[in-house]
Design a protein around this ligand. Structure first.
Ligand SMILES: Nc1ncnc2c1ncn2[C@@H]1O[C@H](COP(=O)(O)OP(=O)(O)OP(=O)(O)O)[C@@H](O)[C@H]1O
Ligand SMILES: [Mg+2]
Length: 256
């Protein structure tokens, strides 16, 4: 008898960033983007980050996501000062603690949905496949595991990307305009899934241009003068409670 892959409960990762500054240099010109920026993500909550184009949202997400080094400041994840770790340790931390969803999906076109979802898996391949099947089922794609990105709708591709983001059971999901390329129905579905992800006890950062998307968040930060400022505080009492309609979230409430 084969044993079903264990569905580990979502870890309570806490991501916080302090004093982040970042400038780009282009053609000898310094372009300051972040100045003393602070970011605090809370397990069980969706934090939306809004702001005009070019205000530094993606830059902040990439620094918090350990993809881009800050000029100054620190990012703490799971109690570790991530930017002071070795490259190797930081890569390991990024892989285990963080999941990413990008607005252009970033799936590999030659691979099936199953293979794309399993790509970041750090353990034995057979376990990765089992977990990818489980996650694709969870995002409503059980009958699309063999499809390649070109054979999937935009909404389906983004749900594959969400399955991929969850493959290593991260405590934090960082989503950069995850609904930017989706129609209204797919947007709604993606936001419902992100809510389930948060209800499992994960922290979710949701970068968006859309006020309607930001409205689903528990907290809204607006990039102002090169730093995120709180524009709306949590709409829910902490800890986040499971949604009234149970949905398909099988592991919620595990984090506290
Ligand atoms: N590699 C780079 N070199 C130089 N300047 C850059 C680089 N990347 C970003 N910038 C500049 O930094 C600023 C912030 O960019 P960022 O992508 O973080 O903004 P954003 O808020 O995500 O914008 P959008 O809403 O359009 O995605 C912009 O003015 C951009 O032109
Ligand atoms: Mg951006």
């Amino acid at each position: 008898m084969t044993t079903a892959p264990t569905a580990p409960s979502a870890p309570t990762a806490h991501l916080s960033a302090r004093g982040l500054s970042k400038s780009y240099t282009l053609n000898g010109q310094r372009v300051p983007v972040l100045d003393d920026a602070t970011l605090e993500l809370t397990p069980g909550r969706i934090t939306a980050l809004v702001g005009h184009s070019g205000s530094g949202k993606t830059t902040l997400l990439q620094i918090a996501g350990l993809l881009l080094p800050p000029d100054r400041g620190s990012v703490r994840i799971d109690g570790q000062d991530a930017w002071s770790l070795s490259d190797r340790a930081r890569t390991g931390l990024r892989r285990s603690a963080l999941g990413f969803v990008f607005h252009s999906f970033n799936l590999l076109p030659q691979h099936t949905a199953l293979r794309n979802a399993a790509l970041p898996w750090a353990g034995a391949p057979a376990d990765g496949r089992r977990r990818a099947v489980e996650l694709l089922d969870r995002v409503g794609l059980a009958d699309r595991t063999g499809h390649r990105p070109g054979e999937l709708s935009a909404g389906e591709q983004q749900r594959v990307a969400l399955a991929r983001a969850l493959i290593n059971n991260p405590g934090t999901v960082l989503a950069d305009e995850p609904t930017g390329n989706l129609d209204t129905a797919s947007e709604r579905r993606m936001l419902a899934l992100l809510r389930e992800v948060a209800d499992e006890g994960r922290s979710v950062l949701l970068v968006t241009h859309s006020a309607a998307v930001a409205a689903v968040a528990d907290e809204v930060l607006t990039m102002t003068d090169r730093a995120p400022r709180r524009t709306r505080s949590a709409r829910r009492a902490q800890p986040a409670r499971p949604p009234k309609s149970a949905g398909r979230s099988a592991r919620k409430g595990t984090a506290r």
